[in-house]
Design a protein around this ligand. Structure first.
Ligand SMILES: Nc1ncnc2c1ncn2[C@@H]1O[C@H](COP(=O)(O)OP(=O)(O)OP(=O)(O)O)[C@@H](O)[C@H]1O
Length: 234
């Protein structure tokens, strides 16, 4: 499969007063089109930093990041904003829905700035919320709100779906159903999904597992016998 993402010797340093924090100390990896990738590591390992640089929410201190045929590390602020808006769908641990918009409006709002959005209603159908589209976030459970957040990300028709601990605030069963939804969407749409988690038990659902430790890549494993989420217990 064609290479979609490449990190080449990427570093990230944060300067807090006199203190210099090395969040990434030279990271190299690549991701192919359509892959479901799990980025694993302990707290503070650098997982979110990788995801934020990939999503154009943060910038590398040095090194190169390629997405498709573009080097995003060379982007101006304006190009990076367009990249985030058009190419990236984000799903976070806390759903970040707009409280005074209902489920459908939350998805519609996100698609307004996109070039080729999918139909918000169709996507809410696909995530199983066809009967709840008029509900406000406060009227939905955590799992349902996360489904709206996933619908919002997917409806943008992004190149990449980036998920940072998407089940972190959910109970076991609900978390599993959200992972199943992400796995199904990856299989159906062939969109690349990069999911950050500290939960190593979910690694078997991925095509590729990237382990991060202290700002470095510890290992990259290709999983040829990917498992369905239903078959994984933790
Ligand atoms: N904006 C920031 N300013 C200063 N330091 C930061 C910032 N963001 C991250 N860091 C530091 O960089 C390191 C990597 O953080 P990162 O959030 O990428 O880790 P993580 O693996 O995602 O951890 P967690 O699972 O706890 O979210 C940590 O030491 C963190 O404190």
């Amino acid at each position: 499969m064609r290479k979609l993402i490449e990190f080449k010797n990427v570093t990230k340093e944060y300067q807090i007063g006199e203190v210099n924090i090395q969040a990434l100390a030279g990271v190299d990896f690549s991701i192919s089109e359509g892959e479901f990738v799990v980025v694993l590591g302990a707290s503070g390992a650098g997982k979110s930093t990788i995801l934020n640089i990939l999503g154009g929410m943060d910038t590398a201190s040095s090194g190169q990041v390629f997405v498709g045929d573009q080097e995003i590390t060379g982007f101006s602020e304006k190009k990076l904003t367009a990249y985030r808006a058009e190419k990236i769908g984000f799903v976070f641990q806390f759903y970040n829905l707009i409280p005074n918009l209902n489920a459908l409006e939350n998805v519609e709002f996100a698609t307004e700035v996109c070039k080729n959005p999918l139909d918000p209603k169709d996507i809410l159908d696909q995530v199983g919320l066809q009967d709840r589209i008029k509900n406000f976030p406060s009227q939905l459970s955590g799992g349902e709100q996360q489904r709206v957040a996933i619908a919002r990300a997917v409806a943008k028709n992004p190149l990449l779906l980036l998920c940072d601990e998407p089940t972190g605030a959910l109970d076991y069963v609900t978390g599993k159903s959200v992972l199943k939804l992400l796995q199904d969407l990856n299989q159906e749409t062939k969109k690349c999904v990069v999911l950050v988690t500290h939960n190593s038990a979910i690694a078997p659902m991925a095509d590729k597992i990237i382990k991060v430790k202290s700002g470095r890549i510890e290992s990259i494993t290709l999983n040829h016998e990917k498992q369905s989420v239903e078959g994984i217990e933790w």
